[in-house]
Design a protein around this ligand. Structure first.
Ligand code: CA
Length: 220
């Protein structure tokens, strides 16, 4: 999931490179239109964050070019005084815009929204310290890789796709029966959850919560 950032303000670049990488995106930065054009020609990006005032032209011009060449969604990063222009810019095919200075959470949710609408959701599910990449199958806790069995991975993956939701034991069992090779009974499920908690450093069940008599849910 690579995002191209087209921006010439070093403070914003630093902040966004950090923020986006924390969210599991790769970032490739262009500081002007010329650099952006080179990247555009050789890199496959899922989304472009586009500043308007750039040293060698304006972002609108670049947006037009992007939209001629690709289907890649564009979010304008705009200064307040440019806001009226941007509303016009949306007619050119930009997918959204956000006014600087923006709140990080708001930008991330705008990005997710645009990616969802364009059918490119984030493959990285994240709950607290735990991240699960549905493309690579990698599970990490605080960045440290954790090795899971197929069964453990499948159970964790379905629960992390809906944090906070109660998964009944029956739901989990019917979700995993096809990958387990042999029949998974209720007891095997309990044992698997216990092992999963151990691997995740969650021995007290604070991350994978037991909902007594019903099933489990993971915390956000
Ligand atoms: Ca600028």
């Amino acid at each position: 999931m690579k995002i191209m950032l087209v921006e010439d303000n070093e403070a914003i670049i630093m902040g966004l490179e950090y923020l986006l990488s924390q969210e599991g995106y790769q970032v490739v930065t262009a500081r002007n239109i010329a650099e952006a054009s080179v990247i555009l020609a050789k890199e496959e990006c899922v989304l472009i964050l586009l500043d308007i005032g750039l040293p060698d032209g304006d972002g609108f011009e670049l947006c037009r070019k992007i939209k001629r060449q690709t289907q890649t969604p564009v979010i304008f990063l705009t200064a307040r005084e440019e806001e009226t222009d941007v509303v016009k810019g949306l007619d050119m095919g930009a997918d959204d815009y956000i006014v600087k200075p923006f709140r990080n959470r708001e930008l991330i949710s705008r990005i997710r929204g645009v990616l969802r609408r364009s059918g490119k959701g984030n493959p990285v599910l994240r709950c607290g310290d735990i991240a699960l990449n549905t493309e690579t199958g990698r599970v990490t806790r605080c960045g440290e890789e954790i090795s899971l069995t197929k069964l453990e991975y499948r159970i964790l993956g379905s629960m992390m796709s809906c944090p906070g939701k109660l998964f009944t034991r029956d739901e989990i069992l019917s979700d995993i029966w096809d990958i387990s090779g042999n029949f998974v009974n209720d007891n095997t499920l309990s044992v698997t959850i216990k092992r999963l908690r151990e691997k995740l450093g969650d021995n007290e069940g604070r991350f994978i919560r037991t909902v007594r008599g019903m099933g489990y849910r993971v915390e956000h």
